[in-house]
Design a protein around this ligand. Sequence first.
Ligand code: SF4
Length: 377
Amino acid sequence: MQNIFDLTLEELKEILKPSFRAKQVWHWLYIAYQNDFNLMANIPKDLRAKLNESFSAKNLHIKEIQTSSDGTKKYLFLTNDNHSFESVLLKMKEQKIDKFGNTIQTPKYTICISSQIGCRIGCKFCRTGIDGLTRNLSCGEIIEQIVAIKRDNKILPQKRVNIVYMGMGEPLDNFDNLIKAIKIISNLDGLSISPKRQTISTSGISPMIDKLGEFNLGVQLAISLHAVNNETRNKLMPINKAYNIESIIESVRRFPIDTRKRVMFEYLMIKNINDDLQSAKDLLRLLNGIKAKINIILFNPHSGSNFERPSKESAESFASFLISKGLLATIRESKGIDIDAACGQLKYKDKLNKTKLKELEYKNKSKNKNVSYETKE
Ligand code: SF4
């Protein structure tokens, strides 16, 4: 049975005749978030039967939702072949002025999606990479995360959402599925999420950054830099031995960027590893001439890692130095920290030993009284 979310509209038109039927089905999938072909009311019965025979629109199943005290929701998805992985919905508030001049607050959504089950990059600070790569997510599985989360939260189709490929996995290590997913996600008749609202976050596989640049899709680029010299980066991210800092920076310089946008550099700050002022000075030198934004993230300690969270003061002086030199730098507030939904904390549970998992869940539940758990079947 084929995952219907794996198909572009053009591919669906080749299969469903007359082709306007493809557009109707597309509308049901992406605008009405309907995943039951039998409930697609304007589709003739025989075509619904054909769809049921050949396609599946239910390829991801929500097993659990954890809601953080800050509103962040972490979804545990189960695939049809029984693997699980996580995605995160971040809710922020956006201020707008209405036609009467009143300030109104509306929710702003960012969906952090996964591209792989596990990851083979093996960054030392990350829970996802601990057990290596199980498999790539298919193009359809990448897309269905967004549809499922929009459906679950009743997010209107016309409501703008941002997509960040910052969940589990290295998106550029699943390149073909990623490219196809970006195209389907941006289709104006469907989810219609502009490429400029989609950010690809990479550990820095420089030849793949170049390849992504050749497609010139208009997506945003985020680089998980985390260190300013190869010695430190080699220790944090073994991938740096293959593609070092210099090669990444060269690829970034070649990457086609909207002149109004900036390349985001993620800087995971770890106590006594990269939180000193000298690193800030070296970072400034490294990014010379690049329209960059530096996002400082304070390391979120988790079981299985010996790294420590830096002090707020060291992060602030690091950021202030960069800002004083004209760079855009922010300290990112980690959302969903109480439910392990923050950067580097996502972990697929089917590989965790069951006792360990129970221990972790018990610890989390007793630690976080404000976290709500919802288990779905
Ligand atoms: S930080 Fe990203 S690239 Fe590194 S191991 Fe984790 S998921 Fe993979």
